[in-house]
Design a protein around this ligand. Sequence first.
Ligand SMILES: *Cc1c(COP(=O)(O)O)cnc(C)c1O
Length: 387
Amino acid sequence: MNINLSDRLKKLPPYLFVEIDRAKKEARQGGRDIIDLGVGDPDQPTPRFIIDALHRATLNPETHRYALDRGLPQLRIEIARWYKSRFNVDLDPDREILPLIGSKEGISHIPLAFINQGDIGLVPDPCYPPYNSSIIFAGGQPCKMPLLEKNSFLPNLHHMKPHILNKAKMLFLNYPNNPTAAVCDKSFFKDVVKFAERHNIIVCHDAAYSELSFDGLKVLSFLETDGAKGVGVEFHSFSKIFNMTGWRLGFVSGNPKVIEALTKVKSNIDSGVFNAIQASGVEAIKRVDRVSKSIKGLYQRRRNVFVDGLNKIGWKVTKPRATFYVWAPVLGRYTSASLAKELLDKADVVVTPGNGFGSSGEGYVRMALTVGERRLREAVDRIRKVI
Ligand SMILES: *Cc1c(COP(=O)(O)O)cnc(C)c1O
């Protein structure tokens, strides 16, 4: 029998990390001591009080049954409370907040609610890969918005062609940004709201790193902007801030009609997040201030060690103001891929080639601060010998 892949699967962009993944595995199997700055997955364990909350919750048989489509009411209430205190944004816990099986799940499903065959979804380039694939899976066409250093890694909303704007239904944005580590200001979000209103485009802002900023910077929510709730939603994740990537818990907040449509899609696909994990999320978000303070401190110290170290050896890299990524321009003769290969082959250091996030990422590599300070110093030392 012939196993034929669907057109939508064939349409996915090639997975550009294949080569580096293979080489990394080979190096590890060969017994080499690899420093892996490639993956955006925190190295620290989930805080103990969250693990204890999960344990307590699982002992209650009520948690063992199917979750409600709209998620645990207590979690939605606690999220609304946090939004009010953190961003001064009022949200209705019943209609404007929806728990997700990690934010990636919601991001991947939301185009199914709004994209028809041939519609356009506007996505940043470089970007977190699911924005692209989710538009393709829904039958749409991603249209790339280059994020360039000379524009502070913000898309240029004023230079889009009318035939694109006519077909555009959705816009993905992500600040603080993965992979560029850029942040945006209030005026950009104001422009986004105007743009979305004028062209009738649903905004999906991914705020996975909103609680991971440095030097006292207070990151904005898109929903703080006047009119934002009228045009879009914001995705949040428990993964990065609470070291809970494996638990799968996130949420989306904002426009009630958009959230209702996503709820309908999801009720046909999944059956929600394990109730005990949602109950752990309640305890986590109650203590987000305390946790984020210590986690910001951890990554800020690592950032300083690593970026100061790179600058000292002559690799000019700017200090990120948020996220745990360093977005570094490649040196002289290299491309993203050839530098990543050189660093792996000669320094046993894994970095992610920027073009894997989209063609505008060419000329950069992304390095994640997800290893300890001692290893980061060691990485700088090894890189010095290569460059
Ligand atoms: C890590 C990451 C996510 C994934 O979050 P989950 O809640 O674990 O699915 C979403 N967006 C961006 C930009 C990320 O880097």
